[in-house]
Design a protein around this ligand. Structure first.
Ligand code: DUC
Ligand code: ZN
Ligand code: ZN
Length: 487
């Protein structure tokens, strides 16, 4: 009887810390041995000449998320996790979204019903809090956090989801009390509405003007404001999908002050630009997302932030709407005003190859940094580390074996999502994940899917260490004076 169910031999292994040559022994879905040479397992995979990475953890993607505006996401747990797996991921964290007036518990139950038995890889849930009533904050949220839903997203824009500053402070206070990580979508809603009305009055309604309705100042103001609210509440927060220089400068400023402030960026801010929103006809709608893609100089600024530590997490923000679909990008009809176009771009399958090729391949980031941004840090931020996000004895055997020389021209035909386009059509990348293993089971290998829906399991999350407050808070003491002090 072999000691291991599976041995991966001969590969070069990279974690967030090291790049080494070693074999991996796997038993009962977990890594049980790492050594220069291991005995054969029941099954062996020869990874000679390949790179073996921890499976990607996509900490921000949207599957089957109801919006209430008639739109419909093209990917559910079945197709979304399939696409994620082919893109080198072994964990995804989509969102159980609360509608206004809905109990959070009901939103979670409905999302479990959506996911049960359909996922190809493991998944956890973030919550979206759209209605922070006293019952939600004082009862439902603490209960859900204790059950493993330890991160949630709040919005500063979007009707039906946005919170005002007072509500944000209340949510932050609850998160602090119970040890959860808060992700923030930072854009100023009133500024967007004001600009949108003015643009529409001038007849400027093409997809290109979506970007004009959300200039960087809109993101910068909200970023600065929410950093200030987090400072007041003494809560580490994570600002998601940062698009360009101005918001990043606010993040650097906060980090320089010593605040525990984390930030995420996404492929669309490295590989798309306002030029893509200006594509002929209605085609720019394919790249409508919020915040919008900026220009080339901002792309460079985002690359710099990935290299020098301003960003801790690189996610897809996969938000899958079909282009030729009256419930997708054409929700408002052919050539409809940009305000009717559902926000988001697909990218769960292309996230890792794009960053690997443009980042590691082009010498912009180290391989260890790539692993940190795409797997280790998201696992840490959301309470899944070290079960996920690394290659270590005791961790789940979640691995992606990469052919670093494989040159791929990205086309939608190649991808496994259920969207009818990719915004990265024609982009050439070098390096592709060819074999993906989840808890010791080969999920996909050289283009073939080897597991049935249901292989993926729900992951309750721990309270994330990075969400721990600094205890350097500005609070009223004595006669209501505010001062920074330890509590
Ligand atoms: N913006 C979001 O906030 N979420 C989904 C996609 C998008 O563009
Ligand atoms: Zn968002
Ligand atoms: Zn999102």
């Amino acid at each position: 009887m072999a000691e291991f169910d599976l041995t991966i031999r001969g590969g070069t292994i990279a974690t967030a810390a090291d790049v080494t040559r070693c074999d991996i022994g796997i038993r009962d879905g977990r890594i049980v041995a790492l050594a220069e040479a291991l005995p054969p397992g029941m099954r062996d995979i020869d990874a000679t000449g390949r790179l073996v990475l921890p499976g990607g953890v996509d900490g921000h993607c949207h599957f089957a998320q109801p919006a209430g505006d008639g739109s419909r996401m093209a990917d559910d747990f079945l197709t979304g996790t399939r696409s994620a797996a082919f893109g080198g991921n072994t964990t995804v964290i989509p969102f159980a979204a609360q509608a206004k007036g809905q109990s959070l518990r009901d939103a979670v139950a409905a999302y479990h019903a959506e996911a049960d038995g359909r996922a190809h890889i493991d998944y956890a849930f973030h919550l979206i809090i759209a209605d922070p009533t006293p019952d939600v904050l004082e009862r439902e949220l603490p209960e859900l956090i204790a059950e493993g839903y330890t991160s949630f997203k709040i919005y500063m824009t979007y009707e039906g989801m946005k919170l005002n500053d007072r509500q944000i402070l209340d949510v932050f206070t609850a998160a602090r009390a119970h040890g959860a990580m808060v992700m923030v979508h930072a854009e100023n809603s009133d500024c967007i509405a004001w600009l949108t009305e003015r643009l529409e009055a001038e007849g400027k309604t093409a997809p290109f003007f979506h970007g004009v309705s959300r200039p960087q100042v809109v993101e910068r103001e909200a970023t600065h404001r929410v950093i200030s609210l987090a400072e007041l509440a003494d809560l580490p927060i994570l600002i998601v999908h940062v698009s360009g220089r101005e918001a990043t400068e606010q993040i650097r400023w906060a980090q320089g002050k010593g605040l525990r402030l984390y930030a995420e960026t996404c492929p669309q801010y490295l590989f798309l630009s306002a030029d893509d929103l200006a594509a002929p006809g209605f085609e720019g709608a394919k790249c409508v997302c919020s915040p919008p893609p900026r220009d080339k100089a901002n792309q460079q600024y985002i690359w710099d932030g990935l290299a020098n530590g301003a960003f801790q997490v690189f996610s897809s923000d996969h938000a899958p709407f079909r282009y030729e679909d009256p419930q997708g990008k054409k929700l408002g009809g052919e050539s409809a005003p940009f305000r009717t176009v559902p926000n988001g771009v697909p990218g769960v399958e292309t996230r890792l190859p794009l960053l690997f090729s443009g980042g590691v391949g082009e010498g912009r980031i180290e391989l260890t940094r790539f692993v940190e941004l795409t797997s280790t840090n998201p696992a840490r931020m959301y309470g899944l580390y070290p079960r996920k996000g690394t290659i270590a004895v005791g961790s789940d055997a979640d691995l992606a074996i990469w052919d670093t020389e494989r040159e791929v021209t990205i086309t939608n035909d190649l991808l496994h999502h259920d969207v009818d386009y990719t915004p990265y059509e024609g982009q050439v990348v070098r390096g592709w994940p060819i074999t993906v293993i989840s808890r010791g089971t080969v999920v996909c290998d050289d283009g073939a899917l080897h597991v049935a829906p249901g292989q993926g399991q729900f992951l309750p999350c721990d309270r994330p260490d990075p969400a721990r407050p600094s205890s350097r808070r500005a609070i009223p003491r004595d006669s209501g004076r505010f001062k920074a002090e330890a509590v």
